[in-house]
Design a protein around this ligand. Structure first.
Ligand code: A3P
Ligand code: MG
Ligand code: MG
Length: 365
């Protein structure tokens, strides 16, 4: 058993800040309305200001909710990387490949006091591949459902997020013909089957990585020049801030918003503030890059972006020093404990982390 201590977080505050690379999109894929995987950008959506005053609960009974009871492992991400390698003839050699969500969990650990996580990892051709441990995730979800509080159900609150997306997105860039679509957005059936996922190459400290994650929308359009940054937009809903307590709660949420967007290079976050019962009251545009500085200036000391960056950099160094042989490894943060444990679970194989297609392809590349 190898162990990485999260505390004291001051150790991640001193010295120079680890260097970070600007994430660059190297590939992308879509899930269509049937959640079928497509190597294209058909599910890309565009942002258009949503109507304030809208009731986010409307249409809850017709929600097309994707059944995510299947473990998707890294299947789509690996297929996209394989396609890229087949087109370029070059291997993507990085230290780490995973979903953005896994990196978000790692990077936010210094400020997460309650929730734990479990991930599976394997070393293949010098790269560590990490997936979510699906069994642990299901157990965690069950636990969360038991903690049901008063007020709207978890399912309803989750619906509000998707409804807000539907109200804020259009399927193509704005022109005269989109007017009908914009007016029809409130009647649109809400569905979370379709997704556009960006696959980026990025780096934290001396660690290079490929991350895949969903992006909600683009502000204007994707630039033709692949070197240019993309004006991605992340959509979030949050309860209207009415007290100092609400304000502190929102500030803590901003840590997760920032990390999630930072990792894929999403420059703008649109927050839809809603009433307690789900009426959209206003939208606010946040600039991802400015969030840590703004939080720092408030003086509440709730979180520090540099700690998250330095923590991730040290943790990934530790991971590279630890996962040095083949087999299946676990990366686990126990609930309420300031440690991350790494241990080997199987001495050989790659579990279900890698697909046969991917391994076969790589062996002949
Ligand atoms: P909000 O973020 O506005 O709450 P994302 O913000 O990552 O694009 O996710 C879109 C929406 O999916 C969220 O909107 C929320 O409604 C829902 N969602 C995301 N993660 C969830 C989770 N773990 N449980 C329930 N709903 C979730
Ligand atoms: Mg999303
Ligand atoms: Mg979102």
């Amino acid at each position: 058993m190898h162990r990485f201590d999260i505390l004291p977080i001051e150790k991640f505050l001193t010295g120079t800040v680890s260097s970070i690379k600007r994430p660059r999109e190297i590939a992308h894929f879509s899930y269509d309305e049937d959640h079928q995987f497509l190597l294209d950008e058909s599910s890309l959506r565009y942002y258009y200001t949503p109507p304030t005053g809208a009731n986010l609960s409307a249409g809850f009974d017709t929600f097309r909710k994707f059944d995510d009871s299947q473990d998707e492992h890294l299947v789509s991400l690996l297929a996209t990387i394989m396609d890229l390698e087949q087109r370029t003839g070059k291997r993507c050699s990085v230290d780490l490949v995973t979903w953005r969500g896994m990196m978000t969990k790692i990077m936010s650990s210094p400020y997460e006091k309650f929730n734990g996580f479990t991930m599976n990892a394997t070393l293949f051709q010098g790269t560590i591949f990490i997936e979510e441990d699906y069994t642990a995730k299901v157990a965690e979800r069950r636990q969360q459902n038991r903690q049901q509080q008063r007020g709207p159900s978890q399912d309803m609150m989750s619906y509000w997020g998707y409804k807000f997306e539907t109200l804020s997105l259009i399927p193509k860039t704005w022109d005269d013909t989109t007017r009908d679509y914009i007016e029809g957005r409130e009647q649109e059936i809400v569905s979370n089957y379709a997704q556009y996922c960006s696959v980026v190459q990025t780096g934290i400290g001396s660690n290079t990585m490929i991350l895949g994650g969903e992006v909600d929308a683009v502000w204007d359009q994707k630039p033709d020049d692949p070197e240019q940054p993309i004006n991605w937009v992340e959509l979030k809903t949050s309860q209207e801030i009415q007290s100092d307590h609400d304000s502190l709660k929102f500030e803590r949420k901003l840590c997760k918003f920032w990390i999630q967007s930072f990792l894929l290079g999403v420059p703008k976050i649109i927050v839809g503030f809603r009433s307690r019962d789900g009426i959209l009251q206003r939208v606010e545009e946040l600039h991802t890059q400015r969030i840590p500085g703004e939080v720092k200036r408030k003086g509440t000391a709730s979180w520090d972006g540099n700690v998250c960056i330095n923590f991730s950099s040290s943790f990934l160094d530790f991971l590279k020093d630890t996962i040095t042989s083949e087999g299946v490894w676990k990366i686990r943060r126990p609930e309420r404990m300031p440690i991350i444990e790494v241990f080997k679970e199987a001495n050989s194989g790659t579990g279900d982390i890698l697909t046969t297609e991917f391994m076969e392809w790589r062996k002949q590349l």
